[in-house]
Design a binder for this molecule. Sequence first.
Ligand SMILES: [Ca+2]
Ligand SMILES: [Ca+2]
Length: 491
Amino acid sequence: MRIVSARVLALCCSAVIFGNSAADAAVLALKAVKKNGGAIAPTSNLTVVAGDTIEADILVSGWGAELPLGARGVQSALLGVSGFYQCDDEMFCMGANGNILPLGWKGPREPIECPGPNSCVGGTTPGNPCTTNANCLGGGTCTGPSAACLAANPNFPTCTQVYHTCASAGHNPILGAKIDVNRPDYIFNGQSVNLVMDDRTLNYRYFSLIEDRIGIPDTGVPKYVGTLSVQVSNHACGPFEIGFQGGPSSFIQDPSQKNTRVFPTSSPLILTVSPCNIQLIDCSPGPVLSPSSPEHCDIDARIPHGPQLPFPRLTTNQMVMRYDRSAAGTLSTDYDVALFGPPGLPPPGVTGALVSGNEVTVSLAQRIFPLYWTCIRDKRVDLRCCMASLPADVEDLPPVPPDPPTIVSQFSDVFAILHNLQGVTVPPLPPQRCDIDRSQLCTGADLLMTGDLLVGADGFAHPDNGGAAEPAGTGPYNGDSLPPLCPDQAP
Ligand SMILES: [Ca+2]
Ligand SMILES: [Ca+2]
């Protein structure tokens, strides 16, 4: 108890402001009470495995000294955006990673706002919602920032009709949260209350307010104010700490005319995933007919075919996946493939999964198509590894916030080749970004090849592959683009 008091004094301003002893300060706690539907002893520290569903109670206690008139309203706001995900980096999140998301949450981690009239993803700004799926995909009235829209898609292409936010189909976040006013231990049980359950973002917010101007005394027993239900993802591993936002997002208020509030300290719920399922820790496109291939999420700017022939295509058809342990037993059916680019082209099938120690080389029935992201997903861990071919796209322009990088084959790419040849570019461009003609050297010929690709003088632009399906068009690559899919790797 002494240790807890010291911590409260050090961290919480409310105890100082209101002049109460820290031991009497109000506390918000999140405690697991059910695991896979079965009741467990309430705990703030629980070991779980992938697939587990956990129900947790939000409890408030200790408001008596700070609010002698009792509690009339209480609000608890989760630190969900950080708590439900373990890795700070939204990129591929290799290694210990994953998420523990509320049941029914199929939206993005954080909303991405468009500066235009429609919000592409999230829609948390009042008056800035999506109204159609086209808004989520960068169409409709969400025109100016379409690149930003695409950055978060195609993972979240559906405009939900509840909050007009963009998410995956079936997004139903209310499944993960509720305030059960009929529970005997509900703080305002028996009172007529106004409720707000805000599940627009992962920072779920629970608010209860007694309609009458009365206060409920603190009896020294923690009281229930809300429920959170979460599920552990297949690739989750290690500890996750789900806590609360501080004041003013989380507070307790009394019934006085002054509307006095205190800001509780918080006791988070720690869920530790152990043992972990197999972890995908790295991946890169496999060997191709040229000596080098792009990294995962990099873009191959080389001609997709040989220097003199329109086919066969020379892009890669393999991805090497590296795991934290032996990959023995991995099958080709553990993977699926998705294409992100112009609609209409079916993704190639997986034809093989060659296991060697901790590595698996996944092979596709087709070499990757120009103008598409080709993403191979390990269904067991629900993570994607992506590769793309965009001929002549030597460099991607840096983002102008809030827009993502501009991934376009355009005339400025010729200068990028030139600067690289002059030694101005640091570090130098990798082969897949400078050996545009696939001669295995980066020379002035690649500058000419880039220009040819952009004006259509290549002659083999958008080649077919001996009859395999390709996007329509045989013109120049100038202005062709890819959605900035990476680093957004949300499954
Ligand atoms: Ca470019
Ligand atoms: Ca070359």
